[in-house]
Design a protein around this ligand. Sequence first.
Ligand code: HEM
Length: 324
Amino acid sequence: MVTPKLFLTTWLLLCSVLGGAVATAVADDAAQKQVRRQAEQPLNNAPVWRAVRYGAEHSTQATGREAGVLIQSAGETWRQIRNGPITLYGGLLLILVPISIGLFYQWKGPLKLNGHPTGRLVQRFSYWERLIHWSVAITFVILAVTGILMLFGRYVLIPLIGHGGFAWFAQISKNVHNLVGPLFIAAVACMFVMFVRDNVWHSIDWQWLKKAPQVLSGKTHVPSGKYNAAEKGWFWGGVALLGLVVGISGLILDFPNFEQTRATMQVAHVVHGVGALIFVAASLGHIYMGTIGTEGAYAGMRTGYVDETWAKEHHELWFKEVNS
Ligand code: HEM
């Protein structure tokens, strides 16, 4: 008697035998076609290369991840994105932002104090806050310069110093970038922990934000805590968010020993490139406000002390707090 179990087993057996036969026939057919092609069109291996071109995994003696994938076509897409929109729009951003800052400076000039400095100083940053800030700032500038060199160097340097010269620069930049990257991440992590307390958002920050154009051109005054809404935006949008984006994608690129595939590295590279270009462009605004854009600001991060009048005019609520 044919039991359901017997029927099923027989059926499955039949299917696998049939399936195997079909697969072998197809493979045989492909192999025969290839042999015929070699005879008719020696060295024309188009079908093989078509299969290879579309990323089919084949057997190989080589070991390691994706060893069987000779050509990964997403690589071409990545190359076009890197040399296309990232280079074009990133380049435009890094040209237009400094030009706009320069025009704003010509139009409005620096943010000057209304009152006269009293000569009495208030401590604004501790030794450790300044040490962390400048560790972040210096590693950031090194990463920005070497990153820009690696991305745009070929267009600017090759015409000037030739391929050999550029190759030397690119190699040095890559090694310096890979070494300094983890240092920047460590410094940013310390900065986050050290500065987060004074960057908590308060209702007064919304008022500041609403009147930002008038405040930044010195037309009106809105009291703020230790950091105003613009600085808090730089802290959360720049230090925290973009710091995370370029940090994590940078570590994936810097330490390719965790079985990352080419696709993972390509995505990490695009995220890293776009994140870093926005970070550098945004930092130019911060650097402008921290140097020529605001009279007296730079002294605060260089010496740790600001004049009383500066503290009152720019960070009134903080000044009241430290004096209470
Ligand atoms: C050459 C580059 C830089 C210069 C000249 C500079 C200058 C300054 C100055 C003068 C201040 C004090 C502003 C105040 O008293 O309110 C400051 C604060 C600060 N800077 Fe920089 N800076 C630079 C780069 C950076 C970079 C690359 C980062 C982060 C990626 C950064 C993050 C901060 C933060 C978080 C603060 C405190 C304000 C806040 O927490 O909101 N700085 N900087």
